[in-house]
Design a binder for this molecule. Structure first.
Ligand SMILES: NC(=O)c1ccc[n+]([C@@H]2O[C@H](COP(=O)([O-])OP(=O)(O)OC[C@H]3O[C@@H](n4cnc5c(N)ncnc54)[C@H](OP(=O)(O)O)[C@@H]3O)[C@@H](O)[C@H]2O)c1
Length: 341
């Protein structure tokens, strides 16, 4: 039986991953903090290890004897670029180094982000061969995390996944949209020209993460990178082949919630930036970073986030189990059953 180490297990994607790993009979060990929400992990039967993401000795000990490591922990929002870098880049390097110090280094799967690759021109679809060009502090920190892990690719088998927007059970990112449509029938769109989005349901992402660990191609060490325009091995976009924009998404959520009409409220510049500024100021006072902030506005004001799922399909036989509309419906049902709406 495989022994698996998971960081970020107490978060949205981590919980979905742990649930599936346990269901498949893997022995799961999770890194948590004293402040982490651990009830679910306890009930799932996972072994808990308390420690920090930059404590190399502690990580080395926790990873000992594991076959796979999923580094899921990360910050999606923060008050400063330095904080994003510390968690998304420095910590990723520490986890990779701890893997490299094992007598038999485990396979490391890093959950990066499409934000690390950056957007593309309207009408085109980004592939893994395109040069990364992040536009947000978050995207830069996730790209720095990829590079920090690449440094150990000569000793550690590494595969890096770049998910688009992830949604599903326990997901908080799209939850405010569901709430606004459910309660008011209103869907706020932070731009007049919303970009096509890449999305993936958490259950599909989890499947892809496990496939990547089993038989993904591995990242080449920094000296062995492919020539410009050729796909770097070991990198996969994690997304559906449908690319709804924010307006389409409002329609999908409205239908899932049984709303006949959803009012699409497009915000024109500079209004969305002002709103983001107010949210950021309030979150600073409350000392809790909010998902609505200036950095996310940078990501909303691009041409397109369409990315290609073809590499994952070709190498790993990956396809989302259900169409996007059905996955949105399942998410609405989960929110209702768990009284999130
Ligand atoms: N959600 C998306 O749409 C999306 C899309 C693309 C990529 N990603 C990436 O997926 C990963 C997980 O995202 P998520 O949506 O599951 O986020 P989440 O729900 O906020 O969970 C984040 C996890 O990381 C842990 N963590 C954060 N900072 C930490 C630190 N300093 N030390 C130790 N643990 C720390 C958290 O632990 P605590 O519970 O103790 O806070 C939690 O378990 C991130 O790397 C993110 O960049 C997410």
């Amino acid at each position: 039986m495989k022994r698996v180490f998971v960081t970020g297990a107490s978060g949205f994607i981590g919980r979905n991953l742990v649930r599936e790993l346990v269901a498949r009979g893997y022995e799961v060990r999770c890194l948590v903090r004293p402040t982490s929400s651990i009830r679910f992990l306890r009930r799932a039967g996972a072994e808990l290890r308390y420690g920090g993401l930059t404590d190399l000795a502690g990580l080395r000990e926790s990873i000992a004897g594991c076959d796979w490591v999923f580094h899921v922990a990360g910050l999606t929002q923060a008050f400063s670029q330095a904080e994003l870098m510390r968690v998304n880049a420095v910590a990723a390097g520490c986890v990779a180094e701890a893997c490299s110090l094992q007598p038999e280094p485990p396979t490391l799967v890093l959950v990066s982000s499409l934000a690390a690759a950056g957007p593309c021109r309207r009408g085109s679809v980004r592939t893994e061969a395109d040069r990364p060009a992040p536009v947000s502090h978050y995207g830069h920190s996730k790209r720095a995390g990829e590079l920090a892990v690449e440094r150990f690719a000569d000793r550690v088998p590494v595969t890096i996944l770049r998910p688009g927007i992830v949604f599903g059970a326990w997901g908080r990112l799209l939850h405010p949209m569901f709430q606004s449509i459910s309660r008011l029938g209103v869907h706020v769109i932070p731009t007049l020209t919303p970009p096509p989005l890449s999305m993936i349901h958490a259950a599909d992402l989890v499947n892809l993460l496990i496939l990547a660990a089993e038989r993904g191609t591995r990242v080449q060490p920094p000296g062995d990178q492919p020539p410009k325009g050729q796909r770097a091995s070991g990198y996969y976009f994690a997304c559906d082949a449908e690319y709804p924009d924010y307006a389409d998404l409002g329609g999908l959520i409205g239908r899932a919630l049984g709303r006949r009409h959803v009012f699409l409220w497009h915000l024109a510049d500079p209004f969305p930036w002002l709103v983001a500024g107010v949210f950021e100021a309030v979150s600073r006072i409350r000392q809790r970073a909010d998902i609505i902030n200036w950095d996310k506005m940078r990501e909303a004001h691009v041409h397109s986030w369409a990315s290609s799922p073809l590499a994952a399909e070709r190498d790993l036989g990956f396809r989302p189990a259900h169409p996007l509309a059905q996955r949105i419906q399942e998410t609405a049902d989960w929110y209702r059953q768990n009284r999130w709406l």
